[in-house]
Design a protein around this ligand. Structure first.
Ligand SMILES: Cc1cc2nc3c(=O)[nH]c(=O)nc-3n(C[C@H](O)[C@H](O)[C@H](O)COP(=O)(O)OP(=O)(O)OC[C@H]3O[C@@H](n4cnc5c(N)ncnc54)[C@H](O)[C@@H]3O)c2cc1C
Ligand SMILES: NC(=O)c1ccc[n+]([C@@H]2O[C@H](COP(=O)([O-])OP(=O)(O)OC[C@H]3O[C@@H](n4cnc5c(N)ncnc54)[C@H](O)[C@@H]3O)[C@@H](O)[C@H]2O)c1
Length: 449
């Protein structure tokens, strides 16, 4: 019988899977890894990294527009095609680079989805694999939508590698992916519509700041349709017709492309988990505090696919470290996640860490809510940016910051100072007593507390 044995078999070569494979191989274990797409995962191939490159010219345009006739006399013209070329300089190298790095460490590579046969046995590429430990690090995939014509839908992966920017596009779902793509597309000259099922966008973020972001987005031409259900998508000649119900009324919109940005779900459909006796739910692979499956103790999970994770790159990395350590040394490291900052890379950025206003008020008796949409601070006036606002939540008893939310330029950077403050339990006075550079956006955080 054609079978192979490994100490560790990793499924998924994204930020979390490849970390586990690399670390276990470096520790002398006999390791294999499988991926059914190009190696390197979502973040590097079709997520965070290429997205920021595509966004680069829009940031330059935004800054120029804000200073138009204030020292700028001619606005830059964005060029999608040359930016795609620049982007490919990064993304083209990822799959081979990832494979070579793993091969050099002696890791065996497979290019298909494995299926469980039993608790420690997998089938892949016609081979039977017996592994002492199996790591599931398969990430997430777009939620499948089932309306008539759903097969016409494109995804964020298609968006980030479009040959040219179409005249119009419609996104179904106004979450992270929908909003980020919408902001990029609108600034590259596309007419953008977002159709969202619920009453607002970005439900994980502060509603006051979200509402300001929506009004800024509308000013750059983005149309939002809330409380709306898409019924069907029809193919016309060059366009699609999206039929939807808006407040009980049947409506439609003609658009060049339609994207599914309605959320992402754990990528577990192809693994035949029941045969491996692996416990899972709609949130992903069920794990305990060692990130070990709650049923099959020889299975671990890390990254977006674990039911412990918030689907963000830095968290996937932290989880991978825990899994690698527990496999190499036996269960000795529990997952312990600090407060995790998160940013929607719209312009302006919307960034957040810690508790929401609602959660903070539930958790603490007395919460100070510092909230302002800023119009008269020096930074906003000199940059002429479209919006700047914050909400900071402070536990009145201890003066510790328990939540911070910023809508503004470079909020993806300044929120990291709040991450440090919250995780180190700094008080408002600690922050105020720090000396930061001036004039800088970071320095403004002292005025927010
Ligand atoms: C458009 C977009 C933008 C994003 N932007 C950000 C951002 O700015 N900041 C941030 O922190 N996060 C961002 N994210 C989320 C981030 O990409 C993920 O949190 C991160 O990539 C998760 O890493 P992972 O290793 O868990 O999974 P992934 O990187 O998704 O890797 C999983 C791998 O498993 C493979 N796989 C799946 N199923 C199977 C199978 N059955 N068999 C074999 N292989 C399989 C996949 O092909 C993939 O290579 C973004 C996501 C998207 C989609
Ligand atoms: N900047 C970042 O860090 C970043 C960027 C992209 C993605 N991500 C990660 O990926 C995850 C997924 O992001 P996402 O944008 O795909 O999902 P999301 O959950 O943020 O947003 C999905 C949106 O689609 C709506 N929706 C669902 N079904 C719908 C339907 N049938 N019709 C209309 N609207 C519908 C939801 O109400 C929600 O507002 C995020 O939670 C985040 O952790 C992070």
């Amino acid at each position: 019988m054609d079978y192979k044995e490994y100490d560790v078999f990793v499924i998924g070569s994204g930020v979390s899977g490849r970390y586990v494979a690399r670390t276990c191989a470096k520790a002398g274990l006999n390791v294999a890894i499988a991926d059914n797409r190009e190696y390197g995962g979502t973040c590097a191939n079709r997520g965070c990294d290429p997205k920021k490159i595509v966004m680069g010219p829009t940031e330059a345009l935004e800054m120029a527009e804000n200073l138009n006739k204030k020292g700028i006399s001619k606005l830059p013209k964005l060029d999608w095609k040359t930016n795609q070329k620049f982007k490919r300089k990064f993304t083209d190298k990822v799959p081979a680079g990832t494979e070579n790095e793993l091969k050099d460490l002696g890791v065996d590579l497979y290019h298909q989805s494995p299926e469980f046969i039993d608790k420690n046995t997998l089938s892949v590429e016609g081979k039977t694999i017996i592994a002492k430990k199996i790591v599931i690090a398969t990430g997430q995939v777009p939620r499948e939508l089932t309306m008539e014509g759903a097969h016409f839908l494109k995804t964020s992966t298609d968006f980030l590698k479009l040959n040219k920017m179409p005249k119009s596009m419609t996104f179904i779902g106004a979450g992270y992916v929908g909003l980020e793509c919408a902001h990029m597309a609108a600034r590259y000259g596309c007419k953008v519509t977002l159709i969202e099922r619920s009453k607002s966008a970005l439900d994980a973020f502060d509603p006051d700041l979200v509402s300001k972001l929506i009004s800024v987005s509308e000013k750059i031409g983005i149309r939002f349709i809330f409380n709306s259900e898409v019924l069907s998508i029809e193919k016309l000649n060059k366009n699609y017709r999206v039929n939807y119900v808006d407040h009980g009324k049947n409506e439609s919109i003609k658009t060049r492309m339609v994207f599914n940005t309605a959320g992402r779900v754990p990528a577990i459909g192809e693994l035949l988990l029941e045969k491996g006796e692996v416990a899972s739910s709609s949130k992903g692979i069920s794990v305990n505090r060692y990130l070990q499956n709650t049923k099959n103790k020889d299975v671990y999970a890390c990254g977006d696919v674990s039911d412990h994770s918030v689907p963000l790159t830095p968290l996937s990395g932290i989880e991978a470290k825990v899994v690698a350590e527990n496999i190499i040394h036996g269960n000795r490291k529990e997952i312990n996640v600090p407060s995790v900052p998160s940013t929607v890379f719209t312009l302006p950025n919307l960034a957040s860490i810690g508790l929401s206003e609602e959660a903070a008020k539930k958790r603490y008796n007395n919460v100070i809510v510092n909230h302002e949409i800023i119009t008269d601070w020096y930074n906003i006036k000199r940059s002429n940016e479209k919006a700047y606002g914050y909400k900071v939540l402070i536990n009145e008893r201890t003066n510790e910051i328990v939540g911070a939310h910023i809508l503004g330029p470079y909020a993806a950077e300044t929120i990291n100072l709040f991450a440090m403050a919250i995780n180190l339990k700094l008080t408002t006075m600690d922050l105020k007593n720090m000396i930061f550079t001036y004039p800088s956006w970071s320095n403004d955080i002292k005025s927010m507390v």
